[in-house]
Ligand binder design. Structure first.
Ligand code: GLV
Ligand code: MN
Ligand code: MN
Length: 404
């Protein structure tokens, strides 16, 4: 069986570990995280790796060269998914390295350096409104205040880690102590560019920055029939106005996107004027200054709408991941590997966020993208071809052979 089919089969197997409902829902520190980690441990061990779980819930498989060196290449991606996501976002970047490294070991190819394959526990930030918890711990950028983050179910990250059998007080020790010389992440593109270019793979040259906010708007709940429009303080319609006005502003700019992904109105009754509204804003661009000026504009719009509609408001930043460039050393090595297997290198930026952004704080970072069907991701319809997985695996095997 070729590496593409092997990877495809393992990705199918990993996709069993999901909460009920459509697509894949595998959240950080849940039963599904545990089950997926057990499966990944099994296939990492079969591939010949030593496996451990660190105190933030990252599963790490280590290959040790017999050469006298502490140089370590880190490969990986995240095991968690968004709610009702797909089978490949994250998972692909764990499975492909296992398959490729196993091939090198079986073929008796001795690498000149050690390799760690990481299945990061949390990248999506679904449960604790903050992203990259796994890669932050590995890169040494995890800060203790994050332990007080509260999940949707009202539990703290600290307590959830303890319930999972981990030690939150020891997260500082997760930072990799080896001589890490690079981090390489393989990922589905999650957009339509490669499909339009008719290419199976692409090399990432930069990653968009993303800022996330939670907005609370408070008005006065009241009877839907008795309060004339001009006397209302309607938190729901105030929020809708903010979202439409800001979206119109963003649509006139180039190179920036904004999304209101969660909107909750309360009390949430057909015959009650919403007294409270809570919604999220996710705003992204390659240009960190453009994000900053757009956020200022957003705050201006909220303030203006709130004043006109007699509402109170709070805009709270929950996450910042600055945009960053990939390492030119890794880009050059990927280009060479792509050419070596007979393909044309194609470089472009990533619209999605990745653990690689956080790993850049530790070491040189690079990424390889794999085409996905119709550019669809964060959706149960996410799909990749095993032929494309085969090409990506070949590039990775070549990269591993040439890396030094
Ligand atoms: C991660 O998938 C993100 O870009 O939100
Ligand atoms: Mn994702
Ligand atoms: Mn991802």
């Amino acid at each position: 069986m070729n590496l593409g089919n092997l990877a495809y089969e393992k990705l199918e197997a990993l996709s069993q570990f999901t909460d009920s409902g459509e697509g894949i829902t595998r959240l950080f520190l849940t039963k599904e995280h545990r089950e997926a980690s057990n499966y990944l441990r099994e296939i990492m061990e079969k591939a010949g790796l030593e496996v451990e779980m660190d105190n933030i819930g990252n599963l790490i498989g280590t290959y040790r060269t017999s050469k006298n060196t502490d140089k370590t290449l880190v490969l990986g991606s995240h095991q968690d998914t968004v709610k009702n996501g797909g089978k490949y976002d994250g998972a692909l970047g764990i499975i492909l390295p296992i398959v490729a490294l196993e091939k090198c070991i079986k073929d008796g190819i001795e690498l000149d350096y050690n390799v760690k394959i990481v299945s990061f526990g949390d990248e999506e930030g679904v449960r604790f409104a903050t992203t990259y918890l796994g890669s932050k711990a590995l890169a040494g950028t995890f800060t203790e205040d994050l332990l007080e983050r509260i999940s949707e179910e009202g539990t703290s990250l600290r307590d959830e880690l303890i319930n999972f059998g981990l030690n939150p007080e020891a997260i500082g020790e997760c930072r990799l102590k080896e001589n890490v010389t690079a981090y390489l992440e393989i990922h589905i593109e999650q957009g339509p560019v490669l499909e339009h270019e008719d290419l199976a793979i692409g090399i990432v040259n930069a990653i968009q920055g993303s800022h996330r906010y939670q907005i609370d708007i408070e008005g006065i709940a009241g009877h839907a029939g008795t309060v004339p429009m001009k006397y209302r303080s309607d938190a729901g319609i105030g929020s809708a106005e903010v979202m439409v006005e800001f979206t119109n502003y963003i649509e006139k700019l180039d190179g920036i996107v904004a999304t209101f992904g969660i909107v909750e109105l309360s009390p949430g009754s057909i015959n009650v004027i919403p007294g409270k509204s809570r919604f999220t804003l996710d705003i992204r661009s390659l240009d960190n200054n453009l994000i900053a000026s757009s956020v200022e504009k957003f705050k201006e719009i909220v303030s203006k709408v709130a004043e006109r509609r007699k509402l109170r408001f709070k805009v709270e930043n929950t996450n910042i991941a600055p945009s960053c460039e990939c390492s030119s050393r890794i880009i050059n090595m990927l280009e060479k590997s792509v050419e070596d297997i007979g393909y044309k290198p194609f470089n472009f930026p990533s619209g999605a966020g990745h653990d690689a952004q956080e790993m850049k704080n530790l070491t040189d970072m690079g990424m390889l993208f794999v085409r996905c069907k119709d550019g669809i991701s964060h959706n149960p319809l996410e799909s990749v071809k095993s032929e494309d997985l085969e090409i990506a695996s070949e590039v990775l095997v070549e990269f591993l052979k040439n890396y030094n």
